[in-house]
Write a protein that binds this ligand. Structure first.
Ligand SMILES: CC(=O)N[C@H]1[C@@H](OP(=O)(O)OP(=O)(O)OC[C@H]2O[C@@H](n3ccc(=O)[nH]c3=O)[C@H](O)[C@@H]2O)O[C@H](CO)[C@@H](O)[C@@H]1O
Ligand SMILES: C=C(OP(=O)(O)O)C(=O)O
Length: 513
């Protein structure tokens, strides 16, 4: 690091540390170093690696440097290797983002434990920080990247200061509407973004929130929100779609109200359940968790200091199982939330995939049942019927794309029908670059003809998380060296996916142009 740069970083470090009210000695003890070493860093007399800067940022809970224009990160995959060993499933992206939004309902301190450090979480943390919420990554005991996030909101949120750029990069920002029900009589929220999956309606959110008296008008890239007076009314309504985030928004709105809210056609999916368990821990009464009818009695003011452990991600579980299947490997995927993977595993069984499933044990949230799934090398054949998703309990919509990669390994023709998203099936034709035979019948349906003789290729990530992850997994099966370019979209939903695949025998490295 050039002297001048080291000095600049030192000054920034000192500013962030003193802003947090820490002494050099405190930071030194968190870093496991001496106070004089911290002093040297702040004077620009010590070389700081990017990894060290990241550790300090984690400890202080704030960015110190943004180096130049963000560079694109790519992956180089040496494929064709068998995998072996065991790998753990991380906590879920979708519960993580819902809980981050829900933490605004709590006037006390929420500590979310073992959050996945993914870009989607980073964006919401940026949004929360920009409106005045204290978000501090607590140093981990094992010296690994911090994963416990302490969240404390101020008495009044600075909604006008919202980081619009961060907000626009995620769809989850829409989930602030419910938590902010009683925040202010009027405010603006940027339109929700996220993966490019075709049109994704927000109308069901608006319909549900209108039941509480919230008025939302869309103008010039922003929602203008007019909040209702608080009331103690009972209300019953039906959601027009059994969507996950709409259910979460309605639940979070209901959590503010002392009357009883009955929500019908609610999604009983995993992230909704995690949200309910968190709110129950805050004193909200919720009957019917895990069903399509929820009966909620909220509280006018919630002020509690709590720790919550979101549960494991069924989509990550499916991704890791797919990695094992496409490489025809024996791998144990640990901590699989079985209630949300049963149909996926049963479908795999109909295709000839042999699996060994352990006894059940409990997730840290005290509710979600986990198992370890071991894949055994198998001869796959196409299923008799088409594979299609359904809202839970059904084959998960986000797990559907992985069946395209698996079907490509199976003998025969598989039809995959994604009725949910307008664009997602189209991206799966990118697998053809790696030797697959995916035929697009219409925007929602593909035929996959297998088995595939995978071949290495250079592919740019499509602008959608799961299809991009599918291409990476297919590259594991393709002999030779493949390149997957611009992986932000994967990092939106997976933490250290390449490192974790490498831990079970994959050969993937990061590079930048
Ligand atoms: C942050 C988060 O939790 N994201 C998940 C959530 O997004 P989210 O809840 O935002 O999903 P959407 O509201 O976009 O619903 C997905 C699509 O399904 C359609 N639809 C949904 C329900 C229904 O009963 N009928 C219907 O047609 C919607 O119109 C939309 O096109 O749920 C999606 C569907 O499980 C998942 O892919 C996302 O990973
Ligand atoms: C579509 C997805 O998520 P999001 O709602 O965050 O776009 C996904 O997780 O595959």
């Amino acid at each position: 690091m050039a002297q001048q740069t080291a000095e600049t970083v030192g000054v920034l470090l000192r500013d962030v540390r003193s802003h947090r009210g820490w002494t050099q000695g405190q930071l030194a003890s968190e870093l496991g170093t001496s106070q004089s070493a911290v002093a040297r860093m702040e004077q620009g007399k010590q070389n700081l690696s990017l990894k060290m800067i990241q550790r300090i940022e984690d400890i202080l809970g704030q960015r110190i440097v943004n180096i130049g224009a963000p560079k694109m990160t790519h992956l180089r995959v040496e494929g064709g290797h068998r995998l072996s060993g065991a790998v753990d499933v991380n906590t879920s992206k979708n519960a993580g983002v819902a809980l981050l939004c829900a933490s605004l309902i709590n006037r006390g301190t929420t500590t979310l434990r073992n959050l996945a450090r993914i870009e989607e979480v980073n964006r919401i943390v940026e949004v929360l920080t920009s409106i005045g919420v204290e978000c501090t990554w607590l140093p981990s005991e094992d010296g690994e990247q911090a994963r416990d996030l302490l969240i404390r909101r101020p008495a009044t949120l600075n909604l006008d200061g919202m980081d619009v750029e961060a907000a626009r990069r995620t769809r989850s920002v829409i989930m602030l509407l419910g938590p902010l029900l009683d925040e202010r009589s009027e405010y603006r929220l940027p339109y929700a973004g996220g993966c490019d999956l075709g049109t994704r309606t927000v109308e069901p959110h608006m319909q549900a929130l209108r039941e509480f008296g919230l008025a939302v008008e869309a103008t010039a890239g922003f929602y203008t929100v007019r909040a209702p007076e608080a009331d103690r009314a009972d209300r019953t309504f039906v959601l027009t779609e059994r969507g996950d985030t709409v259910t979460e928004n309605a639940i979070m709105a209901a959590a503010h109200r002392e009357g009883v809210t009955v929500i019908r056609n609610a999604s009983p999916n995993y992230m909704v359940q995690d949200l309910c368990f968190y709110l129950e821990a805050l004193g909200v009464t919720i009957d019917g968790v895990g069903t399509t009818t929820l009966r909620i009695r909220g509280k006018a003011r919630i002020d509690a200091d709590i720790d919550y452990w979101p549960s494991e991600d069924p989509i990550e579980a499916m991704s890791l199982i797919t990695a094992a299947i496409v490489t025809n490997s024996e791998v144990t995927v640990r901590r699989v939330p079985i209630e949300f993977m049963e149909i996926e595993l049963a479908t795999l069984a109909t295709m000839g995939q042999k699996l060994a499933i352990s006894g059940e044990y409990m997730a840290r949230n005290g509710h979600t049942r986990l198992v370890d799934v071991t894949t055994l090398p198998s001869e796959l054949h196409a299923p008799t019927d088409k594979i299609h998703p359904m809202p839970f309990p059904g084959l998960n919509i986000d797990n559907l794309p992985f069946f395209a990669v698996i079907a490509a390994n199976a003998t025969g023709q598989t039809m995959i029908h994604d009725w949910v998203y307008e664009n997602r099936a189209i991206y799966l034709t990118e697998l053809n670059r790696l030797g697959a035979h995916v035929q697009l019948l219409d925007p929602h349906r593909i035929y996959v003809n297998g088995p595939t003789k995978w071949r290495a290729a250079e592919v740019g990530c499509p602008p959608a998380l799961r299809p991009a992850a599918c291409i990476l997994l297919a590259m594991l099966a393709a002999r030779g060296t493949s390149e997957l370019r611009n992986i932000y979209v994967i990092e939106r939903g997976y933490q250290d996916l390449a490192e974790r695949l490498n831990s079970i025998g994959a050969k993937i490295e990061y590079f930048q142009d």
